[in-house]
Write a protein that binds this ligand. Structure first.
Ligand code: PLP
Length: 465
């Protein structure tokens, strides 16, 4: 394979990609292969001799593709979206081609400077106050781990990294019971421990944590000699879209001088609509750290997770390490690898630049507003189905329902729907019961695609009930 061949095969793959995307509706959304089927068709040993690209691509189509679930399918309503808008994919092709390591300003000045600008464009788009800076990470899990490590270091006078945590008592972190599992894992990995992650029950229409209950928990811990370190709030929990009342949580956290992190991995994208920001984000500007994933709902191809920081210093004091070979001489510059855990970094900002320029904020806002409206229409259609129950009303574009019967019946329905292939849904748990989740957020979905969920659910229910 040489660079002439690269050009020809790149064109071939671009044509294949356009055809793939235009015909996605003809494919079952979830892969229909059996366990081990793909691996059984591949050779167990690596080839000694070079193989022809035509043969490699033939096997890709024949063996690999049938085993892929189509995350860009317009009728993917499972989990959360992982939208890869075509403009962002083109940027990724350029990034892959240049293949730079963007860990320091000098290892690719443009990558650092575009990243700084894109974080600020997104800050403006999300309606965050001036003064927030930030960094683009691979995932919300990494950003949350960075924030939890920062909470830990701040609470220990920045001594944990040097001395370890022995003898430092129980550091405590607070959140609602609706947070994503990445919060639990961040507390494990940071050495804080699951038992020191205090979960406050979510309640009310948005299933948010109660500020008084949070205050009581913190006071109780202080009385017990524990060391509160931080509060993690949520806008758009994975299960049912739970949203904390940010202003009231912040007031309690600040009264106890705690570091605050907000996980808006999914729902953050919707804050580009001013009316949604107004409804959900009162108080957001007081948070120390906020994460949202443009790689979910917005359309920037995975991976692209922005962590905004009101003051980057505590996180830099926690994560910055500067061995001799990474030192840069001359003027003070931003070296983004000092803000995060990995050293090596991709040029993730380019796809945001392409995305925002190519669709404009208005184009992206229209998609979000449509998704929210269509999720509401679909929810009403399912509410009208005989014996079906809406278990949680839409929060933005996510709601959940149950069919008649017990938890096993819910799982049977989900499995049968996904075996059918026209749509893809996933189950969840809420208040001790299994629920069926629907989220609307695919970049290319239409109202017809969304309303088809009701038809499919009805069809499959008739077959299995
Ligand atoms: N937070 C929430 C609310 C999520 O829904 C998810 C994933 O779906 C995450 C965090 C983790 O995101 P990532 O895959 O970027 O680590």
């Amino acid at each position: 394979m040489d660079w002439d061949g690269f050009a020809d095969w790149s064109k071939h793959i671009a044509d294949w990609g356009a055809r793939y995307h235009k015909t996605l509706r003809d494919r079952p959304v979830r892969a229909q292969t059996k366990l081990g089927e793909v691996a059984s068709r591949l050779p167990a040993n690596p080839p000694d001799q070079p193989e022809d690209m035509a043969a490699i691509l033939r096997d890709f189509e024949d063996i690999v593709m049938p085993g892929m679930t189509h995350w860009q399918h317009p009728r993917f309503f499972a989990y959360f979206p992982a939208n890869a808008a075509p403009a962002s994919m083109l940027a990724e092709q350029l990034v892959n081609t240049v293949a730079a390591q963007c860990m320091l300003w000098q290892t690719s000045p443009a990558a650092t400077e575009v990243e700084g600008l894109m974080v600020d464009w997104m800050r403006q788009a999300l309606g965050l106050t001036e003064g927030f800076t930030g960094v683009i990470q691979d995932s919300a899990s990494s950003a949350t781990l960075s924030a939890v490590l920062t909470m830990r270091e701040r609470a220990t006078g920045y001594s944990g990294n040097r001395e370890g945590l022995s003898g430092k008592g129980h550091l405590r972190v607070y959140c609602s019971d609706q947070v994503h599992s990445s919060i639990d894992r961040a507390c494990w990995v940071a050495g804080i421990g699951q038992d020191n992650l205090v979960k406050i029950e979510g309640n009310g229409p948005l299933h948010g944590m109660d500020a008084d209950a949070l205050d009581t928990a913190i006071r109780k811990d202080i009385a017990a000699g524990h060391c509160p370190a931080g509060v993690i709030a949520i806008t758009g929990g994975t299960g049912v879209g739970a949203c904390d009342d940010l202003a009231s949580i912040l007031k309690v956290a600040k009264a106890h001088d705690l570091y605050t992190h907000l996980d808006a991995a999914w729902a953050g994208s919707a804050m580009i609509c001013p009316e949604i920001h107004e409804q959900f984000w009162d108080g957001v500007d007081g948070f120390d750290s906020i994460v949202f994933n443009p790689h979910k709902w917005l359309g920037a191809q995975f991976d692209c997770s922005i962590q905004f920081l009101r003051d980057a210093t505590p996180q830099l004091n926690t994560l910055k390490i500067e061995p001799e070979y990474l030192k840069t001489s001359g003027e003070a510059v931003t070296n983004y690898s000092e803000w995060t855990i990995p050293l090596g970094r991709r040029f993730r900002a380019l796809k945001l630049w392409f995305l925002i320029r190519s669709y404009g904020l208005e184009g992206l806002q229209t998609r979000i507003r449509n998704h929210v409206a269509w999720a509401g229409d679909l929810c009403e259609a399912i509410r009208g189905m005989d014996g079906f129950e809406i278990t949680t009303d839409p929060i933005l574009s996510l709601f959940s329902f149950r069919c008649p019967g017990d938890d096993a019946a819910q799982q049977r329905l989900v499995d049968a729907i996904n075996d059918d292939g026209r749509i893809y849904l996933t189950q969840g748990a809420f208040q001790g019961q299994k629920i069926i989740r629907v989220q609307v957020g695919q970049f290319e979905t239409t109202r017809d695609d969304v309303m088809m969920v009701q038809t499919v659910v009805q069809d499959i229910w008739e077959q299995i009930k």
